[in-house]
Write a protein that binds this ligand. Structure first.
Ligand code: HEM
Length: 449
């Protein structure tokens, strides 16, 4: 397949295979629960380019790793992340990094980047390790039966408050948590009307609460030299020595909390599920962790734990927290023999590419070996494995996310053995962000030192 500016030989918009009304209605019902099933049927029935929806908005789905590369690398500058994401969450996560394009995006990404570099990551890891013992202690109380998703979520939020916002340990973040949860829920709501009582209205209120709170902390963060993201953003300057404005810092923080929190919670939950279901892998990762003979992972260990890395990669392949990546076309372009006009919502599906049997061996099997030397199936195409996206908007928090997951695993697996009942299958809600519909009940048994 190739992309180029639209030319006369390609077929027009109306010739693109389209979903029927029945399919579209069925998809709306099933999408959250079974996005992979819906889009796989769509791909098998209509092919790699599918027109979708009959409303005022033009939408097209592109399937496969070539399409991922087209959209993510955007070599011909025909896509806007801002236009697409603004429609989805622009009123709640206004001006976040993903909601910027071109030079404006590059300028802001450069300013934020410093807070994601190695020296900063080292300090975050140290802080995280200091928090984790207290957070994980007592998970086996009451017989060791826990609902893991809410536990992981609250742990990730506490970590985010301290590392992103610089709140001290023991700081009461309940109001902030509620505001944040309301904002996230609203960004996913179907009914986007600011009417009191509606989820969207609560989300807008949540955003205002966060803004007020962050404005209150700004003078202290600007004056101090903290090592949290907030303080680092306050001291970031561009090539001409210009700092970020107050509102820009606040917008980036609100977006970052969202970008980091739900994705990490989702990955950790899916990972614990697969480890509980696959005791041989759980033991293999535990052995690798034990081989370091230390209570907490250190920065230099992070890249020399191949089994742990393979297990994390396989989890993100099977359960990419962001199953869909959207862009809006700003120019006409040609793809797969069709001319696609400007003003179309173009979507790719990492979750679908991650399960294509043309590219992966036995794709529905949890098989971390596929990422280990000798197989390395992710190398079969530059864009067959895209849990963190790619190109200019590739996840800025990738290293932070992987570090946090490893830090939690390191302590959790040395403390507890995880299990689920024989035959248990986690019911997954695959969209908008992958999560267990039953909270993932897990059994934890303490390992005697
Ligand atoms: C396993 C966890 C995570 C996954 C799977 C993930 C996935 C993604 C994906 C797919 C994108 C690109 C979306 C697009 O192109 O439309 C993205 C962007 C982004 N992510 Fe993550 N993310 C994770 C964790 C984090 C964390 C922990 C942070 C911050 C500490 C973060 C910060 C960001 C930011 C700032 C962007 C926007 C980058 C830009 O527009 O330049 N993410 N993430």
């Amino acid at each position: 397949m190739s992309s180029s500016y639209a030319h006369s030989e390609s077929a027009g918009w109306h010739e693109i295979p389209a979903t029927t009304l029945g399919e579209s209605l069925g998809a709306m019902r099933r999408m959250r629960r079974d996005m992979l099933g819906v889009v796989t049927e769509r791909y098998e029935r209509h092919g790699p380019v599918v027109r979708q929806g009959r409303g005022p908005m033009k939408m097209v789905n592109l399937f496969g790793p070539d399409a991922n590369r087209l959209l993510l690398l955007d070599r011909e500058s025909v896509f806007s992340a801002k236009k697409a994401w603004d429609l989805i969450m622009g009123r709640i996560f206004t001006n976040g990094l993903l909601l910027r394009d071109g030079d404006d995006h590059r300028h802001h990404r450069r300013l934020l980047r410093e807070a994601f570099r190695t020296p900063a990551l080292e300090t975050y890891l140290e802080r995280m390790n200091g928090m984790l013992d207290g957070m994980l202690e007592g998970w086996d109380e009451g017989g060791g039966q826990i609902l893991s998703f809410p536990r992981i979520k609250s742990m990730a939020l506490d970590i985010a408050c301290q590392i992103f916002l610089g709140t001290g340990p023991g700081h009461d973040t309940r109001a902030l948590n509620q505001a944040f949860e309301a904002a996230v829920a609203a960004s996913m709501s179907v009914l986007r009307l600011p009417i009191p009582g509606l989820e969207f209205h609560r989300g807008l209120r949540g955003r205002r609460t966060m803004i007020r709170q962050f404005e209150g902390w700004l003078p202290e963060r600007r004056a101090g030299h903290g090592d949290d993201f907030f303080s680092r953003f306050c001291h970031a300057v561009d090539e001409e020595g210009r700092p970020l404005r107050d509102q820009e810092i606040i917008d980036h923080l609100i977006f970052l909390m969202m970008a980091a929190h739900d994705t990490t919670t989702s990955s950790l939950t899916s990972l614990l599920y697969e480890l509980a279901r696959n005791p041989e892998w759980q033991e293999r990762v535990r052995e690798e962790i034990r081989s370091f003979a230390k209570p907490a992972v250190e920065f230099e260990d992070l890249l020399v734990m191949p089994d742990t890395i393979a297990v994390i990669r396989e989890t993100l392949r099977r359960y990419p927290p962001l199953s869909t990546i959207p862009r809006a076309s700003t120019e006409p372009f040609e793809w797969g023999g069709y001319e696609i006009p400007a003003g179309v919502m173009v979507t790719i599906y990492p979750i679908h590419t991650h399960h294509m049997d043309e590219w992966w061996t036995d794709p529905f099997r949890f098989d971390p070996e596929r990422f280990l030397p000798g197989r390395e199936e992710e190398k079969r195409h530059s864009h067959v494995y895209v849990p963190f996206g790619g190109g200019d908007h590739m996840c800025l928090g990738l290293r932070f996310a992987e570090m946090q997951i490893k830090a939690v695993l390191f302590k959790l697996l040395q403390r507890y053995r995880l299990s689920v009942p024989e035959g248990y299958r986690m019911p997954v809600q695959q969209a908008p962000i992958s999560k267990p519909m039953d909270g993932l009940p897990l059994h934890l048994e303490r390992i005697q030192p």
